[in-house]
Write a protein that binds this ligand. Sequence first.
Ligand code: T46
Length: 140
Amino acid sequence: MAPLNLFRVDLVKFTPRGDERGWLIALENLQEVPFEIRRVYYIYGTQPHVRRGKHAHRHLRQLAVCLRGSCRFHMDDGKAKREFLLDRLDRGLLIEPMVWHEMDEFSPDCLLMVLASGPYEEIDYIRDRSSWQAELPVQE
Ligand code: T46
């Protein structure tokens, strides 16, 4: 079986469009967002010291953008672990299938928007870490 791609997590840079009035960032299907957006949700009011996520998705593709405040993502594709601080309007974090992700260090004002490629389906979640490891493709 083919090895996993090199770490399938990436920060996407958006182009702010500015003039004398201020700034605007546009996110379009298959442009800045590398999939068709089927759902948008946002996370806010996360309590201090809370860790969210703690799962991987089997098929869902997502792009997370922190619209206010900041939070930290801990990503693990089974081969490598990386952390990302989301605190910029012009950056989005791609969360590809089978990447285990956890989020913490939410600032009190954090507003985290997530664009998703599909509807909410609990069956797409792997919430148990040993099950996730068992479902990972064989790696070299
Ligand atoms: C993810 C990370 C980044 C719904 O009813 N509809 C939805 O679209 C979503 C996303 C959630 N829910 C329900 C399911 C739970 O009863 O909302 C509740 C909280 O969801 P969850 O505990 O999964 O939230 P997080 O912050 O742990 O994870 C969320 C997303 O669920 C997940 O897909 O990748 O943010």
